[in-house]
Design a binder for this molecule. Structure first.
Ligand code: NDP
Length: 254
């Protein structure tokens, strides 16, 4: 790694939005460490694509719903960075990894709720806490929320409200990390065509049309609509954006 390059960690970078973010960051001249849960091959392919763009990249396995594993992950990451750059530090953390839950509140089980809390809140909180000692002052954190923290959609009470919790957490972190000049923001995508939730936004024609119908720009989002926004937030041009929620949805349910 070029010691002068900034370094971003993107969780869930093997597919979908995380993959798009990782590549968009590389296009801005940022080196990337991405994580995956099960899809090593896909993650390695993203890393190879980034290297072909001229940036450094590596992929590590990390289950972000298991905060107990972070003690193992942190030294793996920092040992790699020390070997590559001479420093264990990163500049940006993108908390993106996540899974869907569609269940009416009356039917939601404790296990379903725990799974969502673990991946979308507890994992975000403790991974951030674990990596903060290795984040350069002046760096940034971007948490990925959802349009569903603002608007309601039947079946998304747990998912939407836990994403809302991450949005509040973001403002607290921005406040507490201000003295280190670390900016903390939320990107909240609208519905995007990825594998998320079994790919239903992409593959279910009726759902796709319904979402397009309530979106000012008249279509559902694509991964390419999101990655560049995250990458922009990791540039000097975004230096005064802090503690903000940026919805990227083409104007969904305005
Ligand atoms: P995808 O299902 O396309 O990709 C999910 C990514 O997260 C994969 O890289 C996957 O890794 C990783 N992942 C899944 N479970 C875990 C886990 N337990 N630990 C670590 N990594 C995990 O989803 P999207 O890209 O669409 O979603 C990314 C983020 O965007 C999520 O936080 C989601 O809530 C949010 N979002 C998505 C929207 C959408 O409509 N798509 C809308 C608004 C927000 P692997 O490949 O190894 O399984």
């Amino acid at each position: 790694m070029n010691a002068k390059n900034k370094i971003a960690v993107v969780t869930g970078g093997s597919r979908g939005l995380g993959r798009n973010m990782a590549i968009a960051l590389a296009k801005k001249g940022i080196d990337v460490v991405l994580t995956y849960n099960t899809n090593k091959e896909a993650a390695d392919a993203v890393a190879a694509e980034i290297r072909a763009l001229g940036q450094k990249a590596a992929a590590f396995q990390l289950d972000t719903s298991n905060s107990g594993s972070f003690d193992e992950f942190a030294p793996q990451l920092t040992d790699y960075l020390k070997a590559e750059t001479g420093s264990p530090n990163i500049d940006f953390l993108i908390n993106n990894a996540g899974t869907a839950l569609y269940a009416p509140a009356v039917d939601t089980t404790e296990k379903q709720l725990d799974d969502i809390v673990n991946i979308h809140y507890k994992g975000v909180f403790f991974l951030t806490q674990k990596l903060l000692p290795f984040m350069n002052d002046g760096g940034g954190i971007i948490n990925i929320s959802s349009g569903l923290a603002r608007i309601t959609f039947p079946g998304s009470s747990v998912y939407g409200s836990i994403k809302a919790a991450v949005e509040v957490l973001t403002r607290y972190l921005a406040q507490e990390l201000g003295p280190r000049k670390i900016r903390v923001n939320v990107v909240a995508p609208g519905a995007i065509e990825t594998d998320f939730g079994g790919g239903r936004t992409r593959d279910n024609k009726e759902i796709n049309a319904r979402i397009a119908g309530i979106t000012a720009l008249g279509r559902v989002g694509l991964p390419d609509d999101i990655g560049g926004v995250v990458a922009f937030l990791c540039t000097e041009d975004a230096r005064w954006i802090n503690g903000q929620r940026i919805e990227v949805s083409g104007g969904q349910a305005l």
